[in-house]
Design a protein around this ligand. Structure first.
Ligand code: GLN
Length: 488
């Protein structure tokens, strides 16, 4: 059973070529069979079959089951799902079963979508390789010795390995786009505020956004129009009207101005990635797009300011894991804790992994009195200037084209002991989060080793449609063949 994408499978359900139950059975069987090898899921939904049957009953009785009826999705395990364990990839939340679902999950369910399982991720979404998960590494289905990217590595791997037809990831500094690039799928990070963050376990609240990871651009558009929209439960969620992205998808890009920021093509970019982006540029030009060179000089500051702001916010957000209200609590089997401080530090020391601890310490330091002005405040000021540079650039172009990541996927274990090297992988993705802009990765080509390489698109705030249109054109032009890798 192979569908080109989710959209095609949903038609097949509507036409009664296949039932929602059959489709979901297929994906849940693949998930069970492949998970020991790929590690894409932390938990599987045991209620899937029952929930799929409800969709089929609605279809049989003529009741409208919603635009995503029967869609088998993987949901990143950072997103709360009522009654279904949500771990954030951390031992500290190993037994956490949320009493409510995130708004975006509620919206998906109301549209008839179904959850195959909760996808693996770097602990608290901190990482670029999925290696910091407390639930084991996830592997790149295109080549099992390589990382799937991160932090939404499980979401990307589930789609690439045919263990779900689409997935939801989150992106604080590139965590949807970079794994999409590494695994050969489409990854979409909306404008900050488009998707409610209510029920998404917070990493860095001023940067976090959820979005779709899919096989095709039209699938991303379809899921987007379901999950976007104002939510009174999230004070930062936008009241902007949500377009019908999938209906308005058009591949005519004549006259669209594509900006190439020169800072994205300098030192550190692999030749293979550069070639794929160059090919994308040539193809778009061939379709009548206008190519303009642009400059975003503060690009070199994006990684340092991201790692100051993200860690500062994380140090505050993660203070709630104290072993008192929920989550892991240190055992103290031999003797009771001496005081509350010992109780907290043993609990947090045992519950968090080393990357999370590193970030909490960095963030606490950047926020501490005496350093606040020099680090945190300065980073916020530079962030504003970076935002302003993007505003200027979008005067002379409509959509920006760039690499998603400087290299294709790297080997498992290759960078895990070198945090700086790992952080530098985010050089092209963090700016959009800092500026609150939408960004996406579209499969463009493959490396000599057969690993996928994505190209990134970025647009002005709330200009998702234009970016999707360029992506749809690119998808046709690049003819990236996805297939389902043989991991069975
Ligand atoms: N790789 C980045 C980090 O480690 C981005 C993570 C994310 O977007 N969640 O912080």
């Amino acid at each position: 059973m192979e569908f080109r994408d989710l959209t095609e499978a949903l038609w097949a359900i509507r036409k009664k070529d296949i039932s929602a139950t059959e489709l979901c059975e297929h994906y849940s069987q693949r998930a069970v069979q492949l998970n020991p090898r790929v590690g894409a899921y932390i938990s599987l939904n045991q209620e899937l079959k029952k929930q799929a049957k409800i969709i089929d009953t609605k279809l049989a009785s003529g009741e409208e089951p919603g635009p995503l009826a029967g869609a088998p999705l993987a949901i990143k395990d950072l997103i709360c799902t009522e009654g279904l364990r949500t771990t954030a990839g951390s031992k500290i939340l190993e037994n956490f079963v949320p009493p409510y679902s995130a708004t975006l999950v509620e919206r998906l369910k109301r549209s008839g979508a179904l959850i195959v399982g909760k996808a693996n991720l770097d602990e608290f979404a901190m990482g670029s390789s999925n290696e910091t998960s407390a639930f084991g590494v996830c592997r790149n289905p295109q080549h099992l010795d390589f990382v799937p990217g991160g932090s939404s590595g499980g979401s990307a791997a589930a789609v690439a390995a045919g263990m779900a037809l689409a997935a939801i990831g989150t992106d604080t500094g590139g965590s949807i786009r970079q794994p999409a690039s590494f695994c050969g799928v489409v990854g979409f990070k909306p404008t900050y505020g488009r998707v409610s963050r209510y029920g998404i376990i917070a990493f860095a609240s001023s940067l976090d956004q959820a979005g779709p990871m899919t096989k095709t651009v039209r699938d991303a558009a379809l899921i987007l129009e379901t999950i976007c929209g104002h939510d009174p439960m999230d004070a930062t969620s936008s009241r902007q009207k949500v377009p019908l992205f999938s209906r308005d998808l058009a591949t005519d890009i004549k006259g669209v101005r594509i900006g190439l920021p020169k800072e994205y093509f300098s030192e550190g970019l692999s030749e293979e990635v550069r070639k794929v982006v160059e090919k994308a540029t040539t193809e778009l030009k061939g379709q009548g797009a206008e190519i303009v060179e642009v400059s975003i000089p503060l690009t070199e500051m994006a990684v340092p300011i991201y790692y100051l702001i993200a860690t500062s916010e994380a140090s505050s957000n993660l203070s709630r894991y104290d072993g008192v209200r929920f989550g892991y609590r240190a055992k103290f089997e031999d003797r009771p804790p001496e005081d509350l401080i010992e109780f907290y530090s043993r609990t947090r020391g045992e519950g968090f992994g080393s990357e999370v601890k590193r970030r909490i310490m960095l963030g606490t330091y950047a926020l501490s009195s005496g350093y606040y002005d020099a680090y945190y405040r300065k980073a916020c000021q530079v962030r504003r200037l970076l935002h302003d540079q993007f505003v200027d650039v979008f005067e002379s172009c409509d959509v920006i084209l760039s690499p998603t990541a400087p290299t294709p996927a790297f080997r498992i274990g290759e960078r895990i002991d070198d945090p700086l090297q790992m952080y530098l992988n985010d050089i092209y993705t963090t700016s959009t989060n800092l500026a609150g802009l939408p960004g996406m990765s579209v499969p463009g080509g493959r490396s000599r080793e057969g690993l996928p390489i994505g190209v990134q698109l970025m647009a002005g705030q709330f200009r998702e449609q234009q970016m999707l249109n360029v992506a749809a054109a690119l998808e046709q032009l690049m003819q990236f063949s996805q297939g389902i890798p043989d991991v069975g």
